[in-house]
Write a protein that binds this ligand. Structure first.
Ligand code: SAH
Length: 272
């Protein structure tokens, strides 16, 4: 995209000129991990469309009057993506500066790509503002580096949301097992037993370290560690629920080697 569109001047005076939509990553939840640009755009926005993933601290700082929740509705159902897409276009066509705030990075499992394509198809100028993804930051704040010179020379980010036993699974668990690198699973709390079984079938040992990082960087962050053998029980006894990151691979054991000095370590509740 070469045209400058509304860049730098979203508060246009011409009523027919659409406002800009900013697809903004909020980072994992700690307000200090918002980028400077994200914080400025939130301040300047006329309206902020969000779900719950940016977390209570960041959302709590945005005035109610300019927030629109397009996450889960009262009945527990998700707002359809088509509604969000339509709403973004509608608000921009009113000439407003719109922030579409997404947890982590807007283009990592956040449907940000679909929203960008929808905006482009409707001629709405937009900008992508990358954020600190929970896929890397979640493990990091728990003392787990996703790569390590001695333990992992690659890392894969995968969704745990789909059923790994379905025939046309887009995630090749056996190929992932064969890489020997770190596997980071997003949206992977509910289906943990299924993909752990897939990885075991593909040849990964039961003693491969694994960790669950729930609500990374939120005030009530919660980490639990185990191995492929134990991690499902650990999930249940530690009562881990979404949003959480699953880390599988030798790097997950790093936490135990650094934890005594890790200042932001949360309680180990998976061990009892
Ligand atoms: N765009 C987001 C991911 C969206 S998918 C990002 O880059 O982080 C939603 C999944 O992200 C959740 O199911 C969970 O696996 C993960 N996630 C997002 N924020 C998280 C957090 N603060 N702590 C743990 N997991 C988080």
């Amino acid at each position: 995209m070469t045209e400058g569109a509304n860049g730098g001047n979203p508060a246009t005076t011409e009523p027919t000129k659409p406002g800009t939509v900013y697809l903004v990553g909020s980072g994992p939840g700690d307000p200090e991990l918002l980028t400077v640009k994200a914080a400025r755009l939130i301040d300047e926005a006329d309206v902020v469309l969000h779900d719950k993933l940016p977390g209570p601290e960041i959302l709590g700082r945005i005035p109610e009057a300019k927030r629109e929740d397009v996450g889960k509705r009262a009945g527990g159902e998700w707002t359809p993506q088509e509604y969000t897409n339509r709403r973004l276009v509608e608000l921009a066509e009113e000439g407003l500066a719109v922030v579409r705030l997404k947890g982590g990075d807007p283009f990592v499992f956040g449907r940000g790509g679909e929203e960008a394509e929808h905006l482009a198809a409707h001629g709405i100028p937009f900008e992508v503002v990358p954020g600190v993804t929970s896929a890397i930051a979640g493990p990091a704040v728990a003392g787990i580096p996703v790569t390590h010179r001695d333990h992992a020379s690659s890392v894969s980010f995968v969704t745990g949301h789909e059923d790994p036993t379905k025939e046309e699974s887009a995630v090749e668990w056996d190929a992932l097992a064969a890489t020997g690198g770190t596997i980071v699973v997003l949206m992977g709390v509910g289906k943990l037993p299924e993909y752990v079984a897939e990885l075991r079938r593909a040849g990964l040992d039961g003693d491969v370290p694994a960790a669950l990082v729930e609500r990374a960087t939120w005030p009530d962050m919660h980490v639990a560690t185990g191995t492929l053998e134990t991690i499902v029980d650990v999930r249940d006894s530690a009562d881990i629920s979404p949003p959480a990151i699953t880390v599988i691979g030798e790097v997950a054991a790093t936490r135990d080697r650094v934890i005594d000095f890790l200042m932001n370590a949360s309680e180990e509740e998976g061990e009892e």
